[in-house]
Design a protein. Sequence first.
Length: 275
Amino acid sequence: MADDRVPLSVAVDAERRLWTLRAKGAGVGHPVVEGDTVYVSVPGERVAALDAGSGRVRWWSREVAEVWPPYVAVGGDVVVFPARQETGPDALTGLDAATGRVRWTRRESALCTVVAVGDSTFVVWNGTPEERGSIAGVDALTGETLWEDEFERIDGLVVRAERVILGAGRLRALDGRSGDEIWSGGEGELLRQAGGTVEDAAVFLSWRGRSYGPKSLVVGASDTGEQLAETRFPGEAQRYRWGHPELVDGGRALFYGTTGRRVRLLGYHGVACGG
């Protein structure tokens, strides 16, 4: 932990089991919850880890530049934050999850969107629409590059167990540790679980359809890419301009309409989809 203390204070309401974090100066950034820990950027270009239940500050890091907390990834004993640098390419910093000590830094990295694959690997790729085509696997403990690949474009990515499923021209799955392709084929836009939680690593969901015309929610097998189930929307629903669904807790897909106040909920369980 750094010698100069970060000016943080936590006010606890024991009766209602609530707590409030305050910081002098620039305030705190976007909080991210992973398990029983809340990660948040704090003054001095640092990251703090708090106990989600009590608000107790577990640690704060040394200066790690301008962090982007919404994109935190936790894999095993390492927490990774993308960081914006004043000059040159952005960086990725790996912190010890227990102490906040810096384990490694990739100081010049154009790949600053990151997810954890199991406890040993992070996968990083381009985060801007203009150059979303490069992807790499990074060792969680050392930050060293394990593999690299490049596609014309990466439109989406989800993690299922040790597999990384991409929307890259077509749907395809890579081994997170080696980068080897497991399967390729099929089409659709991948859907992510809200908060990144994976409830069923054996399947993934994708969305087919445009603003107008046939639309469907598809369940695929993550190990083979095989289509297991599909929910097709009735003709009446196709008259409305639906946004892409968001997966929420309880195995539900939340849809919203851009015309009026239309909301549609779809539920799924295992390989079954239902309206």
